[in-house]
Design a protein around this ligand. Structure first.
Ligand code: NAD
Length: 378
């Protein structure tokens, strides 16, 4: 499936033209309630939505859960529309993707979301309009959902939004903490995309641009944002999204989901907490524990390119650069600071690591190795 992308300050103005071109008479808006107002999207969308029938769904919390998706599906079935417009962070965009896919199938939605039933049909056309600069969900063919506390990734080319409208002005009022957390997601996606066993020259090209932009702009975006810096962070998130759309994410994401679902750690921070330690761990990959189908050669090549982007020579130095950035944007670097304190907490993280994401990591990560890594940063 192909996608049209509009990325600029003021990109939201393209929405009217998209509606006109596609002869859209009714719009199903899936919006993060807070973001819809604070980002300015609500006011700016008035001309585009005027004269069109609208249905709204905003009754959901961050990180889509099955019950919320079902509530959204119910609203959709009462008010099916010509097009879906998602406005918010990764949570709102994933929610819109999930409702759209479920709406196109007659099988049990739970089977679709947990991978028991295949995705066979595209949902209604979707415009994804992010109000955070981090997930790149507007550019990916997957959506994350929690079913009974368990994380599932719904992946299919039909999940990719038809339009990505990335307007950096919508991130102008982002609070510093959300800028920090979501920016760390873009950083992690760029780094992980480099070492993923699915990395290609194209995904590494996107990841390299994304990483350079994050390292140059994230700290300023948190403490002293300007329109240019916001635009650069939106570009970074968008490019990192394009990178993981090819490579998929790896161990830091695999570990993060329990940090979010059980300990309430915001997604981007949850991922970044293990990013530096995993860089050092992956750098020590050898022939005996390498998961890349072509052996250690391509892994070492990717990791060396990564170190040169960090302008360092050793993995430990890159780890320190990541840690320094996390501290500089006011975030913790220790698991103990986010509530992971006991041996039982560490066991919970080890036992619930997401094995699907772990398969993309270039170096095997046994339970003992993971426990040791987590204890090191407790
Ligand atoms: P989010 O969408 O969960 O939003 C976090 C908070 O930011 C919310 O409280 C929201 O109200 C607030 N917010 C958003 N925009 C705002 C704005 N402009 N002004 C003020 N407040 C605003 O956060 P996120 O980090 O963008 O998304 C995380 C979710 O995305 C997770 O569920 C994660 O699994 C998912 N994700 C999906 C993909 C994908 O490719 N599908 C990739 C990465 C992450």
């Amino acid at each position: 499936m192909t996608q049209d992308v509009y990325l600029s300050s003021g990109a939201i103005e393209n929405v009217s033209a998209i509606f006109d071109q596609q002869n859209v008479r009714s719009v199903f808006v899936v919006a993060d309630r807070t973001a819809y107002d604070l980002s300015g999207a609500k006011a700016k969308l008035v001309p585009a939505l005027e004269g069109r029938e609208c249905a709204f769904f905003d009754a959901f919390a961050p990180n889509p859960k099955y019950d919320d998706v079902m509530r959204g599906l119910h609203v959709w079935r009462d008010h099916p529309c010509d097009m879906v417009l998602a406005v918010g962070g990764g949570s709102a965009i994933d929610m819109a993707k999930l409702i759209g896919i479920c709406s196109a199938h007659t099988c049990e939605s739970v089977d679709l979301l947990t991978g028991l039933a295949p995705i066979e049909h595209a949902g209604p056309p979707l415009i994804a309009m992010p109000t955070t600069a981090g997930t790149g969900s507007e550019d990916t063919h997957f959506a994350v959902v929690y079913v009974d506390g368990q994380k599932y990734s719904v992946a299919h080319e039909f999940v990719l939004p038809n339009y990505a409208v990335v307007d950096s002005d919508l991130t102008a009022n982002l609070p510093a903490s959300i800028t920090a957390h979501t920016g760390l997601d873009a950083l992690s996606q760029a780094v992980e995309s480099f070492w993923s066993v699915n990395a290609t020259p194209t995904s590494q090209g996107f990841a390299s641009e994304a990483l350079t932009l994050v390292m140059a702009n994230l700290e300023v975006a948190v403490h002293n944002p300007s329109p240019d810096v916001r635009l650069n962070m939106c570009k970074a998130a968008h490019l990192a999204g394009k990178a993981i759309n090819i490579s998929k994410t790896t161990a830091p994401h695999a570990i993060s989901y329990t940090l979010t679902s059980h300990f309430g750690v915001p997604h981007g921070l949850a991922v970044a907490l293990t990013l530096g330690p995993m860089l050092v761990y992956n750098y020590a990959v050898g022939a005996d524990d390498c998961c890349h189908p072509e052996g250690v050669g391509p892994v070492h090549k990717g990791l060396h390119s990564l170190l040169s982007l960090f302008e360092v020579e050793a993995a430990q130095e890159a780890h320190e650069r990541i840690e320094a950035l996390i501290v500089a944007i006011g975030c913790p670097t220790r698991l103990g600071d986010v509530g992971v304190q006991t041996n039982a907490d560490i066991d919970l993280l080890v036992q619930n690591v997401n094995t699907e994401r772990l398969q993309n990591n270039p170096r095997m990560l046994s339970q003992d190795a993971l426990r040791a890594l987590l204890n090191n940063i407790r």
